[in-house]
Design a protein around this ligand. Sequence first.
Ligand SMILES: Cc1cc2nc3c(=O)[nH]c(=O)nc-3n(C[C@H](O)[C@H](O)[C@H](O)COP(=O)(O)O)c2cc1C
Length: 182
Amino acid sequence: MKSIFPLYFDTLNCSNGAHTQPWTFSVVRDQDTKEKVRQIIEEEEKINFEKRMGEKWVNDIKHGGTLLRNRNLSKCSTLIAVFKQVLLLRQKGEKRTHYYNEISISIAVGLMLAAIQNAGLVTCTTTPLNAGPRLRKLLGRESYEKILLLLPVGYAADNATVPDLQRKPLQDIMELHDHVVK
Ligand SMILES: Cc1cc2nc3c(=O)[nH]c(=O)nc-3n(C[C@H](O)[C@H](O)[C@H](O)COP(=O)(O)O)c2cc1C
C-alpha cells in the first residue's frame, strides 16, 4: 500500500476547540503488533457480547450489522488507533484540560474517513469497547489518552461486499428556515 501519510493532511489542519489538538493517531503496520491488537479486541469483544452488554444491546445493534466482525483485523495493511486526549499532562505534573475534546476529534476523524475514501481505500469505524486500557498499554500511550476508534485501513478484498442499507431521505434529516422574520 502507498504511504498513508497524505491522509493526515486534513486532520493536521483540522479545526479544534481552544486549539488543543486533542488527538493521537497510533498507526500500526507491524504484523506482530496487529496480531496483538486483534487478540485484545477479540477477547474483549467476546466478553462484551456474552456478559457485559446484555441481550437488548446485542439485539439492537445486530440489525445495523455490528456483530463480531473483528476477526480479520490483522489482515488489513494498517490499523489506526485513534486516541482522544482528555487532558495534557505537562512537565512538573501541570494539567491542561482539553475542553471539547470529543467533538474536536470527531471532526478530525470525519475528515480522515473522507480522505481514506478519496484515496480509494476502505475502512470500518470500530469502537473497541473495554479494550482501551490494554490497547493503550500495548501502544505505549499516556494514561490520559482514551481510545475512541480503531480503523482498519486497506484496499477492499476482491470478494468484499457491503450491506445495502437504506438512508433517511433528505427531508427527514434537514429542515429549512428561509423566510425573513420581521
Ligand atoms: C461510531 C461508530 C461505531 C461503530 N462501531 C463498530 C464496531 O465496534 N464494530 C463494527 O463491526 N462496526 C462498527 N461500526 C460500523 C457500523 O456497524 C456501520 O457503520 C453500520 O453498519 C452502518 O453502516 P453505515 O455506516 O454505512 O451507515 C461503527 C460505526 C460508527 C459510525
